[in-house]
Design a protein around this ligand. Structure first.
Ligand SMILES: Nc1ncnc2c1ncn2[C@@H]1O[C@H](COP(=O)(O)OP(=O)(O)OP(=O)(O)O)[C@@H](O)[C@H]1O
Length: 565
């Protein structure tokens, strides 16, 4: 019986559908038992020569058979309904959990593993909760109830059956720990294989460019073999379990017959023992039939445990729901080290972005620019120092308020597999078609969108694969315009842009407090102040003119880039 602590906890979330499946399962068992006992009673009446009574009992038995047909149909329908409900509830819960964990979790975990949990894990749990767990309930209730009743009819046979039922329920438990261990190994192998496949598909162009397709194919084949070996290991355990169960079922039935032979009673008790010996093991056979459902659920438990017990990088403990209008942004002595990293990514960083103005953070690769952007969005919290908007520390606002107050335009825009309109409405689901067009016009995106085969209703393909980088970025600008957030974060968004995109970006910045992160100084224009970051620390700050005149780090960075270009 594959029951796992975490799966039982999760069952609490889907108590009603699981209880409904178990209820119908018990009703089906009751129908089997009633039919068998009616037949036993009819046979004993026949032996006694009371044919009329036998006919009435047989008629009842046929009625029960018809009712059982209906109950079996109901069991399938309820299992399908419960499965759909369970899948939806679990996915909602897991997706909400992923949302709370944020990008900080996804940089630590392999996307393929998370995807395996969300898709295969949830599918596995559907069958576990809608079929296996209800059958566990039936298996625990029906044999015990039947054997208990049989003690009132034929005590010696009941004692033999009680021992066999005890054996079938208890002895296989000795293999549970091994089964769980092998299940974990199998899930780990399965999730790693899925993650490797996803990575190989996503990086196919790079693999081909470096002639590495064959090598990666060989690695995938090794992984697939590991999965095969762990699956076979688990199946071997299941065969031992099935053998032990089959032994107790056969031995119990034979022992009950021998007990009747040794102490024969009337015809009714003999027939009753025979039918109970069959019926009390029927749920056990049903549980063996659902073995695969139990096994899938058990193996998925670890992936779910990993996801559900992961702690979010930041706590959503704020209560403020009003994002300040035209706020000033302040970084005050901010220090942050990534978990597991040896040294801080940013150290004692202090600067201010005045309300409605733009400040650029520049610096070489690894200087800490993206880390500051991530801290502003509270993907992480600083270890020391405070970041505030409009005088309020970020932690005072709810995460939803904070994120609604900051619009982000990055160099590499993520577009989803939907239409242009769907992607724009990500920023404002209630935006009208006219709103979309207005934002797209301001972002200089309308003309190319209108030229697409279905205009705003054109599907964009995965990650917006059917558009150029510049077109994707203009859609991102339109999205940010629609969001109408008071704070703007431009993360390398000004690099490699054409003049029309630059004009759209300038329009977007107007009136908003903007933090502009840039690697190349040539793209930093029209900003109030430049903060030069190196090795995680602010080494200089000022406007273009003073920094150039100072001939310091900014000057050296500028000269180096001019030489390179
Ligand atoms: N998830 C992470 N875990 C551990 N260390 C990280 C992580 N992300 C970044 N770092 C480290 O933090 C430091 C700052 O990185 P960051 O990405 O902020 O630099 P950057 O200035 O944005 O660089 P680039 O211009 O190349 O994007 C680097 O030393 C980097 O290796």
């Amino acid at each position: 019986m594959m029951v796992h602590r975490r799966l039982l906890q999760l069952a609490g979330d889907v108590r009603t559908p699981v209880a409904a499946c178990a209820g119908v399962g018990l009703a089906v068992s009751a129908a089997y038992v009633s039919q068998a006992l009616l037949l036993a009673a009819a046979l004993s009446e026949l032996v006694a020569g009371r044919y009329d009574a036998a006919v009435v009992l047989l008629a009842w038995a046929f009625a029960v058979i018809a009712a059982r047909g209906l109950l079996l149909w109901a069991r399938e329908s309820v299992a399908a309904w419960a499965g759909a409900l369970i899948r939806a509830r679990l996915r909602d819960r897991l997706v909400a959990r992923l949302g709370a964990l944020g990008p900080a979790h996804l940089t630590g975990a392999r996307t393929g593993r998370v995807q395996t949990t969300l898709v295969d894990g949830v599918e596995g749990l559907d069958a576990y909760f809608s079929r296996y767990l209800p059958q566990v309930v039936v298996t625990c209730c029906v044999p015990l109830a039947l054997v208990g009743w049989l003690f009132t009819v034929h005590a010696p046979a009941a004692a033999v059956l009680a021992a066999a039922v005890g054996g079938v329920l208890v002895v296989p438990r000795f293999w549970d720990a091994t089964l769980l261990r092998r299940g974990r190994a199998r899930w780990a192998a399965f999730a790693e294989l899925a993650a490797d496949y996803l990575e190989a598909l996503q990086g196919m162009a790079t693999l081909r460019a470096f002639g590495a397709v064959g090598r990666v194919g060989a690695k995938l084949a090794t992984r697939a073999r590991e999965l095969y070996l762990t699956t076979m290991g688990q199946l071997r355990i299941s065969l031992v379990e099935s053998g032990v169960s089959a032994f107790f079922v056969q031995a119990g039935t034979a022992g009950a017959v021998l007990a009747v032979a040794a102490a024969p009673g009337d015809a009714w008790s003999a027939f009753a023992v025979l039918v109970v010996a069959v019926e009390c093991f029927r749920p056990v056979r049903g549980l063996s039939d659902s073995w695969h459902a139990g096994y899938l659920g058990l193996t998925a438990a670890d992936g779910l445990e990993e996801l559900l017990s992961a702690r979010p990088a930041v706590r959503d403990g704020g209560t403020g729901t009003a994002f300040p209008a035209r706020p000033e942004i302040r970084f005050d002595g901010v220090t942050f080290t990534y978990p597991g990293a040896g040294r801080p990514a940013v150290r004692d960083v202090s600067f201010t972005v005045p309300a409605g103005e733009t400040v650029a953070v520049v610096g070489p690769s690894g200087a800490g620019k993206s880390t500051l952007a991530a801290l502003l969005q509270r993907h992480h919290d600083p270890d020391a120092g405070v970041i505030s908007v409009g005088g309020r520390p970020l932690g005072e606002l709810t995460l939803a308020t904070l994120r609604a107050g900051i619009a982000v335009v990055a160099q590499d825009t993520y577009l989803f597999h939907g239409t242009v309109a769907d992607n724009l409405r990500l920023a404002r689901p209630d935006a009208s078609d006219a709103d979309l067009e207005r934002a797209a016009r301001l972002a200089h995106a309308h003309d190319f969108v209108a030229a697409l085969p279905q205009g705003y209703a054109t599907p964009l393909g995965e990650r917006g694969a059917t558009l150029s980088g510049g077109q994707r970025q203009r859609l991102a600008i339109a999205r940010a315009l629609l969001a109408d957030a008071p704070v703007l974060l431009l993360d390398e968004a000004t690099s490699h842009v054409d003049p029309r995109t630059e004009e759209a970006l300038a329009r977007l910045r107007r009136g908003r407090t903007c933090l502009l992160v840039a690697h190349r100084l040539a793209v930093v224009r029209d900003v109030s102040r430049i903060v030069v970051l190196d090795g995680g620390a602010v080494i200089e700050s000022g406007d273009h003119a003073t920094l150039t005149a100072a001939a310091g780090a900014y000057h050296r960075l500028l000269s180096a880039q001019e030489v390179r270009t």
